[in-house]
Design a protein around this ligand. Structure first.
Ligand SMILES: Cc1cc2nc3c(=O)[nH]c(=O)nc-3n(C[C@H](O)[C@H](O)[C@H](O)COP(=O)(O)OP(=O)(O)OC[C@H]3O[C@@H](n4cnc5c(N)ncnc54)[C@H](O)[C@@H]3O)c2cc1C
Length: 430
């Protein structure tokens, strides 16, 4: 046990827990809850942008737990996975068993439990967020008791625990729906923003995975498509965004004051980007490295609102915020029925805005969030937003069911912190 400072990936959220615990197994985790009092938060790799895991009391990490793939059933395409393992480690080890996640987001550094608990998603209308792939979840509650929930035995708890922000218990392992290991053909190319928007719905229909990034002050978008293939691997891809982000920041510094010149230079740079055409294992094609820290807000919008919301956000950024240089990302995710899933009710288009980690991000809330809210958006649970219980109640038909179950499982509010108390509409006494 040791006292230490803690910060999230972007460095914006900082906390000084009195203790950071790394239980080495399930029994030690249960004991650490049953034999202690006071507040507890559980953390994955800290890739959320908000103070979900922040605490000045006890922080628990499962990073001391061994194992990735605990058991697997290739014919059923399912496996029992250690919840504190990273998606990258799990993907590599699943491949040894001939299995793979059906989809992944931009990165795979997060833990399975952390990613599940916030509704982490990739892109493709056929693919729901990772939380929907959880068939059975085992968690340790605030008293140290172990509970397992599946569709057959505890369907309500399963649908609540799929996305629960570490508020119902600490997930130790889960049975996850997967698919036989597969290769993807990845193609990236620049296309005019106008054409990208005009063909976006077709691209989502035609390709297994489609997403695009657009730049403020630029008339081009960076398209990424992935399609399944049986062709042999063709080598490693350039995983890092380092150079592109540095170039964009430099251009903002040099030409931020001269919009027409900035647009002309950005258009030229965009047109000169070399397309990428590469084949490899699914996880290696889908996930990237993100080496330039940023803060992010992402809303999931009804399909008929998503692209218009994106266009509106871009024009507001260009009118109001010449300092913005990070790309805006657009994806589509399939629906699911977890109680707090932003995708409950059907597929949604996700639009994400970013700010370099040392830049201000108050423009997210002043200029962009009102657009997303007016158009019926639901925020990503791990990314920045200003919503509290009264707003969330309007967006989630099962919100009251969730908060009732949360109170039953954690009546003393051990898993609360001030941020979560505001989300769930609970009082918080330090
Ligand atoms: C560079 C970057 C890229 C990203 N790309 C995407 C993307 O493509 N798609 C997307 O949807 N999101 C993306 N995200 C967001 C990220 O996937 C989520 O914030 C995710 O929750 C982070 O996982 P984590 O392991 O770091 O969890 P943390 O951020 O540490 O925790 C997240 C939540 O999970 C809870 N939690 C952690 N472990 C457990 C456990 N064992 N049991 C119960 N609850 C637990 C925590 O208490 C907290 O509430 C990205 C974030 C970054 C920084």
């Amino acid at each position: 046990m040791a006292s230490s400072n803690w910060q999230n990936w972007s460095g914006h959220v900082r906390a000084t827990p009195t203790a950071i615990l790394h239980p080495s197994d399930h029994a030690a985790l249960s004991a650490s809850l049953s034999e202690s009092r006071g507040r507890v938060r559980v953390v994955g790799t800290g890739h959320s942008f908000t103070p979900l895991a922040a605490t000045d009391q006890t922080l628990i990490s499962l990073s001391g737990m061994d194992g990735t793939v605990l058991a697997c059933d290739p014919p059923a395409a399912t496996a029992r996975l250690q919840a504190g393992a990273s998606l990258n480690a799990l993907s590599r080890d699943l491949q040894e068993h001939g299995l793979a996640f059906r989809n992944l987001g931009d990165i795979d550094a997060q833990t399975l439990a952390g990613a599940t608990s916030t509704g982490t998603h990739g892109t493709g209308p056929e693919f729901p967020c990772l939380s929907a792939e959880m068939q059975e979840i085992t968690l340790v509650t605030a008293t140290g008791e172990t509970v397992t929930a599946s569709a057959e035995n505890g369907a309500d708890l399963l649908n609540a625990a799929r996305i629960a922000l570490g508020s119902l218990g600490i997930i130790v392992d889960a049975t996850v729906s997967l698919q036989p290991a597969y290769s993807l053909h990845r193609r990236t190319f620049t296309r005019s923003l106008k054409d990208t928007l005009a063909t976006a719905m077709d691209s989502w229909a035609q390709h297994r995975n489609f997403e695009f990034f657009c730049l403020p002050f630029c008339d081009h978008a960076f398209n990424i498509v992935h399609d399944a293939t049986d062709a042999p691997d063709s080598g490693a891809k350039d995983n890092s965004d380092s150079n592109a982000v540095k170039q964009l920041k430099l251009l903002r510094g040099l030409l931020g004051w001269a919009t027409p010149l900035r647009r002309a230079v950005l258009n030229r740079v965009a047109r000169s980007q070399k397309p990428e055409d590469i084949i490899g294992p699914s996880w290696a094609m889908l996930a990237n490295e993100r080496n330039n820290p940023f803060n992010e807000m992402e809303y999931h919008l009804p399909v008929d609102q998503g692209l218009e919301a994106l266009e509106e956000a871009l024009s507001v950024i260009e009118r109001e915020r010449r300092d913005v240089f990070f790309p805006v990302e657009c994806r589509m995710t399939g629906g699911d029925d977890a109680w707090l899933s932003p995708f409950q009710g059907g597929p949604r288009i996700s639009v994400a805005v970013h700010a370099w980690h040392l830049d201000r991000f108050d423009w997210f809330f002043e200029h962009i969030e009102p657009i997303f809210r007016r158009r019926g958006g639901r925020p990503h649970w791990g990314k920045m937003h200003t919503l509290k219980a009264d707003d969330l109640r309007q967006l989630y038909p099962d919100f009251e069911r969730f908060t009732k179950l949360r109170r039953e499982l954690d009546p003393a509010g051990r898993f609360l912190n001030p941020y979560l108390a505001d989300l769930w509409g609970e009082p918080f006494d330090a």
